[in-house]
Design a protein around this ligand. Structure first.
Ligand code: UDX
Length: 428
């Protein structure tokens, strides 16, 4: 099958490489010439395990990249993987996706064979019917051969290739049996190798499944954080409690790690978007709003525990970990941002360390100090907070002896308790 993928960002590049690996002929289309050149040379424009290997294997063979939309009509199916950033009120901004949908439609105006345009981007339930399908139709002059479908993506940063190739489920949101068959033709090489559930539904439901999935996981962590804060009040270990709770099959042991909260490019944006979309329909999603509120509060709790030991005013505080999670340099909505902001507001001198994300954080906070190792961040510090669970923090030991005052508040349960160290776990 010949697939065109419009948008070579995080999701677009991953699905491009993986579709090629499944044996399809894939053309990636992006406006950024540097990204196009990188893909054609088999280089990954983003850092993701296994991605460059796939690109290097298939570039120039089954995989090519271009800035031209001509490839759209030459392909059988087109995937749109364009970002949907947040507006001020949390709702999604469809401008770029709508423009790409219209451009894809234009490229298909004269197509005599049936063609499926699949929305990969995360969009609210009304987006396809009210905005994106009309945009495609506008572009194609209502060519009846062009249909629009939805195929949400559930991959995580840091394991994107693996998540794509070994999904729990794939969701096909279509308006016709033909469109469902097209998506089967795309995914059957994967489903032949890997046993996953296939959900066949309409595009609006497919869009909602993605939001419900992320809203559930984000809320699960917020619930665990809420329970974790209660555990801490009673002097109990939330990890011991949740390890037992997770033995219940109805709950599962995953996503029960309490701490400083969730960040990244998906959970915060998607929960905000579905809350905004619900409010737009005059429904107040109280539980989802509370999930956001609890998440916003966790960095504050971290600092309250620090303040039990050290007054941040004029103190030197080490912030260990800046990425929103380990194995990435992505700082989007990292809990380190409100942590640093609040520390600065309270007059602390902040020294930050992250093995890969420091340069990104420097753009956000150019005024703070960045250390080149955890050891040098800790040296002479009056206190430390841990925001990201990088493995290397588990190995820290005598580095704490070099602190002016060895106080650590751990937001991720990664540092080992030891004698001579005032250690506080956020929820344990
Ligand atoms: C998430 C979803 O998992 C994925 O399905 C979706 O497609 C995109 O959003 P991602 O943001 O890459 O993926 O990371 P994930 O590993 O899910 O972690 C998200 C955040 O939750 C991180 O900040 C992480 O530290 C936090 N988290 C996760 C917890 O605080 N506790 C947990 O138990 C799990």
């Amino acid at each position: 099958m010949h697939i065109s993928v419009i948008g070579s960002g995080y999701v677009g590049t991953t699905v491009t490489a993986c579709f090629a690996d499944l044996g399809h002929e894939v053309t990636a289309i992006d406006i950024d010439e540097d990204v196009v050149d990188a893909l054609n040379e088999g280089r990954a424009p983003i850092d993701e395990p296994g991605l460059e290997e796939l690109l290097a294997t298939h570039a120039g063979d089954r995989l090519e990249a271009t800035t031209s939309y001509d490839a759209v009509s030459e392909s059988d199916v087109t995937f749109l993987a364009i970002g949907t950033p947040s507006n001020e009120d949390g709702s999604i901004d469809l401008t770029a996706l709508e423009a790409a949908a219209e451009a894809a439609g234009e490229a298909l105006a004269d197509k005599a064979d049936r063609h499926l345009v699949v929305i990969k981007s995360t969009v609210t339930p009304t987006s396809i019917g009210e905005v994106l399908e009309p945009a495609v139709n506008r572009g194609s002059n209502d060519n009846p051969n062009v249909e629009v479908g939805m195929n949400p993506e559930f991959l995580r940063e840091g394991s994107a290739v693996d998540d794509f190739l070994t999904p729990d489920k794939v969701v096909f949101g279509t308006n016709s049996e033909w469109a469902t068959d097209q998506l089967h033709a795309v995914f059957d090489p994967l489903l032949d190798e890997h046993d996953a559930d296939v959900v066949e539904t309409d595009p609006a439901t497919a869009s909602m499944i993605k939001y419900a999935n992320n809203a559930f996981l984000a809320s699960k962590i917020s619930l665990v954080n809420d329970i974790g804060n209660v555990c801490k009040e009673f002097g109990l270990d939330a990890y011991e409690v949740m390890a037992a709770v997770g033995l219940d099959d109805r709950i599962s042991e995953q996503f029960l790690r309490s701490g400083v909260g969730w960040g990244g490019s998906c959970f915060p944006k998607d929960v905000d978007a579905i809350v905004a979309a619900a409010r737009d329909e005059d429904y107040d999603p109280a539980l989802l709003e509370a999930a956001v509120e609890i998440n916003d509060r966790q960095p504050e709790r971290l600092l309250e525990l620090l303040e039990d030991h050290v007054d941040p005013a004029d103190a030197r505080i080490a912030v260990l970990g800046l990425a929103f999670k380990p194995q990435t340099d992505d700082i989007r909505n990292s809990r380190a941002i409100p942590t640093i902001e609040t520390l600065r507001n309270r007059g602390a001198e902040v020294v930050a360390y992250d093995p890969v994300a420091a340069e990104n954080m420097r753009e956000r906070f150019p005024e703070i100090e960045y250390a080149d190792s955890a050891a040098s961040a800790l040296e002479g510090a009056d206190g430390a907070v841990v925001v990201t669970d990088w493995d290397e923090f588990a190995a820290l030991d005598e580095e704490f002896d070099a602190m002016a005052d060895p106080v650590v508040v751990d937001g991720r349960r990664i540092v080992e308790r030891r004698d001579g160290l005032a250690y506080e776990g956020l929820t344990w």
